[in-house]
Design a protein around this ligand. Structure first.
Ligand code: MG
Length: 157
């Protein structure tokens, strides 16, 4: 068994859709990035790559590559799962945090799990997504950004 951690943060801006865990969330702002900037999915990908001892998300899916422009991060997760399969690993469970002052994410948690479970080849009960505010402090607390953290456990098939 191997453990991995992932962290990501993206800036909030106007004129972009807010996508978290592959779910479009109604909000006046979205996350800025080369891809769809799905910060939760990026943290999950980096935790999986880290657990395998692979290089990070930016190395595998560089933002200089035009083919990744505005790409759905769930496609990047599918590519990561292909790397998992090639390396002979499967996921045991993942535990994650989204640090977000606004909007409230609780109504969308089940949908995120429903979306991610088939992509990760695990049950929804093996996925934990927790939403935290940052008590009004720093960029996430002031509503300028959303961050995510993820820990995963993987095992050799
Ligand atoms: Mg990112």
């Amino acid at each position: 068994m191997r453990i991995g951690t992932g962290y990501d943060l993206h800036r909030l801006c106007e004129g972009r859709a807010l996508i978290l865990g592959g779910v479009k969330i109604p909000y006046e702002k979205g996350l800025l990035g080369h891809s769809d900037a799905d910060v939760l999915t990026h943290a999950i990908i980096d935790s999986l790559l880290g657990a395998m001892g692979e290089k990070d998300i930016g190395t595998h899916f560089p933002d200089t590559d035009i083919s990744f422009k505005n790409i759905s991060s769930t496609l990047l997760l599918q590519k990561t799962m292909q790397i998992m399969e090639n390396n002979g690993y499967k996921i045991v469970n993942i535990d994650s945090n989204i640090i977000c002052e606004k909007p409230k994410l609780l109504p969308f948690m089940d949908k995120m799990k429903e979306n991610l479970a088939p992509l990760l080849n695990i049950d929804e009960s093996d996925i934990s997504i927790k939403a935290k505010t940052n008590e009004g402090l720093d960029s996430t607390g002031e509503g300028e950004a959303i961050a995510a953290q993820c820990v995963c456990l993987i095992e050799k098939v």
